[in-house]
Every structure is written in structure tokens, then in C-alpha cells.
Write a protein that binds this ligand. Structure first.
Ligand SMILES: [Zn+2]
Ligand SMILES: [Zn+2]
Length: 177
């Protein structure tokens, strides 16, 4: 991966993509932007961002220590967003909800693994946990709510496929070597 490119795979520089969200200068405008920035926070090991962007409604189901522990075991390789009908937004007068399906590739104990998830996101009023790390002046933002895990099989990369890390190289010459 080109070092200036954002680890979320957007093909934009990190400074124009997920960094402003991590630094709290601005907030993701869509569920997918939040999803990408949360994946990217795992890559740069900003576990506090993962915790802070977890919805206050469901944050009690995770702990910062557990997130840090999990992330130490993972060597993140790439993110693949699966576009689909689940991207339809639910909207009522005040709040919005949206889902994003993705596959995150990583190595654990040197073995290639993938995490396939449909994340649910909602706009909510900003709480203290998130407020303490942002300078953006805003009332509501997207939070990660919860997830489901689809059964549909994900094709493992073959040796001659383009690498999952977005390098443009063949898998066998890159993460599969
Ligand atoms: Zn990004
Ligand atoms: Zn690769």
C-alpha cells in the first residue's frame, strides 16, 4: 500500500479521508464513512476511536480493554465494502439508521482470516465519550449500533487474484506470499 493512501481502501490520502474523523476535526456524514474510519482506526491502533464511536445504547457490550486485546492479535490487510440493498437508509423525523456490509481481511498467527459483517449504524446525539475527543461543533452524529453475521460464503483470494490489500499486485506476490 502507498503510505499516503488511507488504509480504508478509499484510494484517497489518509489526510483527506479518515484522519479528520480520527482527530475529531469533522464527523462522518454517512454510515459508510464511519464504517471505513472504524476499520482504519483498527489499522492505526486507535482503539479509543472504536470505543467512542460505539453507540451509547450498546457500548456496555464492549470494553476498551477487549478491543485493544483483539486488535493486538490482528494484522489488518484490507477492507472490502459490499454494496447492496442493505444500504437503504431508514429515516424518521429525527434519527437515521443504515447498514453497511463489509469484509475485513487480516492475518492472525500468520494465517489469512476474514471478518464478514453487516454493521448497523444510527445517528444519535453526541455523548460525553465521543465529545471529549472531537472539536467539531455538532449535535448529532453516526454511531455504530450492532452487527449481524451473514452466512454467505466469501471467496478466498486465489494466487493470481488482485491482492485484497488494494496494492494492485497479485495476491501471491503480496499478502499471499
Ligand atoms: Zn479512509
Ligand atoms: Zn497485499
Amino acid at each position: 500500500m502507498n503510505s499516503s493512501q488511507c488504509p480504508c481502501g478509499s484510494n484517497q490520502p489518509y489526510s483527506d479521508c479518515c484522519q479528520p474523523f480520527h482527530k475529531g476535526h469533522s464527523l462522518p456524514k454517512t454510515a459508510q464513512q464511519l464504517m471505513r474510519s472504524r476499520y482504519c482506526a483498527f489499522v492505526i491502533n486507535d482503539c479509543d476511536y472504536i470505543y467512542a464511536t460505539h453507540s451509547p445504547q450498546t457500548r456496555h457490550t464492549v470494553s476498551l480493554a477487549a478491543i485493544k486485546d483483539w486488535n493486538q492479535q490482528c494484522d489488518w490487510l484490507g477492507l472490502q465494502i459490499i454494496e447492496g440493498p442493505q444500504d437503504n437508509q431508514v429515516q424518521n423525523n429525527q434519527f437515521r439508521e443504515n447498514k453497511v456490509e463489509f469484509v475485513a481481511w487480516y492475518k492472525q498467527d500468520n494465517a489469512l482470516q476474514h471478518h464478514h459483517e453487516v454493521s448497523r449504524f444510527a445517528t444519535e446525539f453526541i455523548d460525553d465519550e465521543l465529545a471529549k475527543r472531537i472539536t467539531a461543533e455538532t449535535e448529532k452524529c453516526w454511531y455504530y449500533l450492532d452487527a449481524t453475521y451473514p452466512d454467505s460464503a466469501i471467496k478466498m483470494p486465489s494466487r493470481n487474484d488482485k491482492c485484497i490489500c488494494n496494492s494492485g499486485k497479485k495476491f501471491k506476490k503480496c499478502c499471499g506470499s
